[in-house]
Design a binder for this molecule. Structure first.
Ligand SMILES: CC/C=C\C=C\CC(=O)SCCNC(=O)CCNC(=O)[C@H](O)C(C)(C)COP(=O)(O)OP(=O)(O)OC[C@H]1O[C@@H](n2cnc3c(N)ncnc32)[C@H](O)[C@@H]1OP(=O)(O)O
Length: 712
């Protein structure tokens, strides 16, 4: 609701709809009623609108989208029209986050005040829509088309000070916002409101708009990676040069187009799923859930290993204000890491944050930390050695976490006397940038240990997802079938750039081969050597070239590594790189290697369409997701989607692999395609449809109903 009160001649409307004061139907109704009441009351000479509690309205109520409540009158446009045309000055007083419809309300007001900590912006593009309550028409009239395009297509929030410099906010007020707003409102009473209406202004430099749009188009399309909202936002902004009513009509038309697209619900699902993963639970052990399991307090963290991952994790922990003891047995590596950490931490707070860092070369220095995160090489023997030492030196309550990307947590826990305190915390590189934290419980991990790992994720600003223990966990296990199929495509006639192009056109930032070159082609190679699938010199003795343990195997990635082509770091991998450049250039050497391989093994080159590439790479990945759900490794399909959205660059506008499978491809069609491909390639095990998928198609179940994602 919006609470109505008066302070002398000022009517105050305070939106009270926790947690973020969104414009649910009852709020819209209360605002219209309040404005009418203030207009009618002769004693009222000005109006203040603000939010109660933590924030100014953060926009439309996204949960109402797609339901009758969203279109129930008065809609937001009517509320804002009432504000804009009000005869008495309306002042929006902003604290917290004025976002989306909330920011549009502020723009429809005659004056805007903000506290210094306030932030504002139009993040609708992240929900697959546009600012449809006049934001695309009013903002360019204040800041110009170029800045409006930047703000609206990025969805970025700006701070109060920047809003002031851009002319969006009239004044930044210190102290008590209500008091300041009322005093400001009194100061403008009796002044004409006509020239305060943004809707009545014209866009600055209107004649240059087409030029500005043309200049921005290419970058926006590249960044959008297939999402339709950004360019549609631009089309709406372009209409701001028209008379206000005509621009609003165009905005409404484009909003309707986006609202009814398949991408908007997918992005809204992604928004809620990101929050829903906080309500985690173990699919079988009822003691392990977010409601009852209590985390231990973590003030200090040990990090073992100062390589790329250990360094990134340390930066992340320091940025969150935690004390860190970083252990590295190689002094040179330790010094290098400390230097990099110092450089990476922001100038402003570097010295204070660095004072929280202790370096160590001796395990005994980890004795008092609350949790240790092991980040040494991905090698079971080494990890076991580290865990034995940690178990011996740390206090009995210390939780021992492994940043393994796929090794068996139970096997690691078994070398300790505290398997209940062992957990997997899988960070993604660069660990101080990537938001995902895949937390893995083992057979004996206690509820308290799981809760502590999940809470640590919150403390350090990660999106934490809880999963079970299996080779590769959720993310890397699913990725296995994707990369396997990508190399099979090379055997049949595709070139690395064909596969990458198709996957990038689907919306990934990088295809599998460019990605392989970035992370290092030897990572997978070492893993395959450790598993005995290959050796540094070629296939293990007496092994058929194209099969391993009865499964189809493509040795091309091993052949690449044997040539010393380990990716960007060696200047050559699947592609070649000019010195100092990260641009992937197709390399005749690699193409010849593939061509010779095809000839040697009797593969006949054929043209493979982008559609087939996308299906062959992504459908087995999704199929593996069904296996994972069936086994209870992921509790809900949304957990898998969030892992892929935040850890693997899966395009957000498709909702994530499982959402995409169900709502975009359709489960029946997915099953049919997998059946077709598995009939064509009977020895590609990952193309065999999962029993769960078959069952769901036969019985008509939904993915959301499998888990506990009740709100979606
Ligand atoms: C005619 C056409 C008219 C109008 C069109 C209008 C378009 C819009 O206004 S679309 C909405 C635009 N606004 C947003 O996108 C804001 C989304 N929210 C956020 O960015 C953040 O929630 C935040 C406001 C910055 C607050 O962040 P934080 O403090 O980290 O809290 P959260 O955990 O994110 O959120 C708490 C809680 O609130 C729920 N929630 C947040 N925003 C909305 C919303 N706009 N509608 C409904 N619910 C919202 C969020 O899901 C959380 O719920 P839990 O149940 O606690 O998980």
């Amino acid at each position: 609701m919006a609470e109505y009160s008066t302070l002398g001649s000022v009517a105050v409307l305070q939106v009270n709809n926790p947690p973020v004061n969104s414009f649910s139907h009852h709020v819209r109704q209360a605002l219209v009623d309040g404005l009418e009441r203030a207009q009618r009351d002769p004693a009222v000479r000005s109006i203040v609108i603000m939010g109660k509690g933590r924030t100014f309205p953060a926009g439309a109520d996204i949960r109402e989208f797609g339901s009758g409540a969203a279109v129930k009158m008065p809609n937001l446009l009517m509320v804002l029209q009432a504000v804009d045309t009000c005869q008495k000055p309306v002042v929006s007083a902003i604290h917290g986050t004025a976002l989306g419809g909330g920011f549009e309300l502020a723009l429809a007001s005659h004056y805007r005040l903000a506290v210094p900590s306030a932030r504002m912006g139009l993040p609708e593009v992240h929900l697959g829509i546009l600012p449809g309550a006049g934001g695309t028409q009013r903002l360019p009239r204040v800041v110009g088309v170029k800045t409006a395009i930047q703000m609206i297509t990025s969805g970025q929030h700006i701070k109060a000070q920047q809003a002031l410099s851009l002319g969006i906010v009239d004044k930044i007020v210190q102290g008590d916002l209500l008091k300041e707003a009322v005093s400001f409102a009194r100061s403008v009473e009796g002044r004409p409101v006509e020239d305060r209406r943004i809707s009545q202004k014209t866009v600055p430099e209107a004649d240059k708009v087409d030029e500005v749009v043309e200049a921005a188009r290419k970058t926006i399309l590249r960044k959008a990676r297939g999402a339709i909202a950004p360019m549609t936002c631009v089309q709406a902004i372009q209409a701001s040069v028209l008379p206000f009513e005509a621009g609003m009509a165009r905005e409404a038309e484009l909003m309707a187009f986006l609202m009814t697209s398949w991408q908007a619900p997918a992005q809204q699902y992604a928004f809620f799923s990101e929050r829903e993963v906080r309500r985690w639970s173990h699919p079988r052990d009822k003691r392990i859930n977010f409601k009852t399991a209590k985390p231990r307090v973590v003030k200090s963290v040990g990090v073992v290993g100062a390589g790329t991952m250990g360094m990134g994790i340390t930066i992340n922990l320091l940025q969150a204000g935690l004390k860190v003891v970083m252990l590295e047995v190689n002094k040179k590596q330790l010094d290098k890491a400390v230097n990099t950490i110092k450089k990476t931490l922001s100038q402003k707070s570097a010295s204070q944050k660095m004072s929280q860092l202790t370096t160590a070369m001796d395990y005994s220095q980890l004795r008092d930390v609350d949790i240790v995160i092991e980040a040494v090489f991905e090698n079971m023997r080494l990890k076991k050695e580290v865990f034995r030492k940690l178990d011996a030196v740390t206090k009995p309550q210390t939780i021992l976490a492994s940043n393994t990307s796929g090794l068996n947590i139970d096997e690691i826990a078994a070398v300790t006397k505290r398997p209940d305190k062992v957990v997997g915390t899988h960070f993604f590189a660069p660990a101080n940038v990537m938001r995902l934290l895949e937390n893995i419980y083992g057979r004996q991990t206690s509820p308290e240990t799981v809760a502590t790992a999940m809470q640590l994720g919150v403390t350090i600003g990660k999106v934490g997802v809880l999963v079970g223990n299996c080779p590769g966990f959720v993310g890397n296990r699913m990725l296995g079938s994707y990369t396997a199929e990508a190399v099979f495509l090379l055997e049949e006639g595709a070139e690395p750039q064909d596969v990458d192009r198709a996957i990038e056109e689907f919306g990934f930032p990088m295809g599998p081969f460019r990605m392989g070159d970035l992370s290092g082609t030897d990572i997978g190679w070492k893993g395959r050597i450790a598993k005995g699938l290959t050796t540094e010199h070629g296939p293990p003795p007496a092994t058929p070239a194209l099969y391993r343990r009865g499964n189809r195997y493509c040795p091309l990635p091993d052949m690449l590594c044997m040539k010393g082509r380990l990716g960007q770091k060696t200047g050559a991998g699947w592609y070649r790189y000019e010195p100092g450049s990260r641009t992937a250039l197709p390399d005749p050497v690699v193409l010849q290697m593939i061509q010779d391989y095809r000839q040697e093994h009797g593969f006949k080159k054929r043209t493979i369409s982008s559609q087939e590439i996308v299906e062959r790479c992504l459908y087995p990945l999704i199929n593996e997701g069904f296996h994972i759900l069936d086994e209870g490794i992921a509790a809900r399909s949304l957990d898998i989607d969030v892992i892929y959205l935040f850890g693997y660059g899966w395009p957000r506008h498709t909702g994530g692999p499982m959402y995409y499978a169900e709502r975009v491809i359709g489960l029946e069609k997915l099953l049919c395609s997998l059946e077709t491909y598995s009939a064509r390639y009977p020895d590609h095990a990952h193309l065999q449809p999962s029993p769960l998928l078959r069952n769901m198609v036969a019985k008509g179940g939904s993915l959301a109903a499998l888990g506990t994602d009740s709100k979606l």
